[in-house]
Design a protein. Structure first.
Length: 400
């Protein structure tokens, strides 16, 4: 929504409301309590939003403007921590997660708030480290690289068993640990399998709250379980994204069950029917379902890698970048996969055509082997990866 000017201004408000010790309040402008703040996931807006704005628009001035605020937040956590563990203070935790009334197996218990805090400390430190590198602050980059290592080492000692089981076995715990690379590489695959089993144990339902939900389908996709992510996306019964739609919703609810199946309200208070949080699935739909992503900040280089699945027969996404319109649109019809893309002027793109490694592919009816606009191609498992310049393309092939 071309939010650069809004967030540039709002992040100044955040820095203004940031306490001298670096704490960030959960509401900006802070109209709540001047001494209230430092909740993991909320206060990390100080690092997450500047980095996301940089990636979206490619303008490092947002990092220059917010760098001291970002440092102050990470340094606050460091000073508050003990033996490299952020295990103190108030945290909202995985707010409004789902928990059934009867859960004898105890799979959906409250995710340890300090485990969550440790993960977000690592995330903010990683973003600060990346920002330091972009801005050429080599000493800071070295310092925060060492801090990041210590944070992850402490996490593994405190929250991870030798066999790779987390002390809190919730979906959110595994999602955050995997998304922020808190686990040793040799233990990540089995952790992803534990996450998948948890989802299946709940009949292909999610149990995540405000902090786990944004990364759930991203993690499943990253570790090769895009089918499970689609099962969650297309789930129609509570709790799910389509349950509110089935109940007549036209906006995202604050609670998974803002209106219960019997049409009564979950609660008369704190029950917004127009709330951002669970709408975070939209990011996965743009990046994975439609496959439209940036390779470098500002979309100078673009990746279009759609992953069809579920009950979907078509999907389309577009973004007005600083270089012009980028678009990815696909459909499956009579066994044929058709992908239409638009690449802006003065940009390049890598396209990953799903299940096309051995297919006969045409672009506007011409065999792609005869096209000069395709600079390179190569197999990526069952997919075909090609590089193209700016322009409009229409690929078609039989989907096997």
């Amino acid at each position: 929504m071309n939010a650069a000017t809004f967030f540039t201004k709002w992040l100044k408000d955040l820095a203004t409301d940031q306490a001298e010790d670096g704490r960030v309040p959960p509401v900006v402008p802070n109209m709540v309590n001047k001494d209230f703040g430092a909740s993991a996931g909320w206060a990390d807006a100080a690092t997450i939003i500047p980095w996301n704005m940089y990636m979206a628009f490619g303008d490092k001035r947002i990092l220059e403007q917010q760098y001291e605020s970002m440092k102050a937040w990470v340094n606050y956590i460091d000073k508050t921590s003990k033996t490299d563990l952020w295990n103190s203070g108030f945290h909202f935790g995985d707010w409004l997660f789902y928990k059934p009334v009867h859960d004898d197996d105890d799979r959906s218990t409250v995710t340890d708030k300090y485990l969550i805090a440790q993960c977000f400390w690592a995330h903010s430190t990683q973003l600060l480290l990346k920002s330091a590198k972009v801005l050429g602050k080599t000493e800071d980059a070295s310092r925060y690289a060492e801090m990041l290592k210590q944070i992850k080492d402490a996490f593994q000692k405190e929250y991870l068993t030798a066999n790779g089981r987390l002390v809190t076995g919730t979906q959110t715990a595994y999602v955050l640990a995997l998304n922020f690379d808190m686990l040793p590489e040799n233990l990540r695959a089995q952790a992803a399998e534990r996450l998948v089993q948890n989802v299946k144990d709940y009949g292909n339902h999610l149990t995540t709250g405000l902090l786990g939900t944004p990364y759930l389908c991203e993690v499943l996709t990253r570790f090769g379980f895009v089918d499970v992510a689609y099962n969650l996306l297309m789930q129609e019964t509570y709790p799910s994204w389509l349950y509110p739609v089935k109940m007549g919703a036209t906006t995202i609810w604050e609670r998974w069950d803002g209106i219960k199946p019997d049409s009564t309200f979950q609660t008369p208070d704190m029950n917004s029917f127009n709330h951002y949080a669970y709408g975070a699935i939209g990011d996965w739909m743009y990046r994975t379902v439609a496959g439209l992503q940036e390779v470098v900040p500002g979309y100078k280089e673009i990746l279009i890698a759609p992953k069809p699945g579920g009950k979907l027969s078509n999907a389309s996404a577009e973004l007005e970048t600083g270089y012009g319109l980028a678009k990815s649109s696909w459909e499956i019809q009579d066994g044929m996969f058709k992908l239409s893309v638009q690449i802006p002027t003065n940009t390049t793109a890598t396209l990953v055509l799903p299940k096309a490694a051995s297919a006969n592919i045409t672009e506007h009816g011409i065999d792609i082997g005869k096209l000069k606009t395709i600079t390179s191609s190569g197999k990526d498992g069952n997919d075909l990866k090609i590089k193209v310049g700016s322009g409009s393309y229409q690929f078609e092939y039989a989907l096997k």
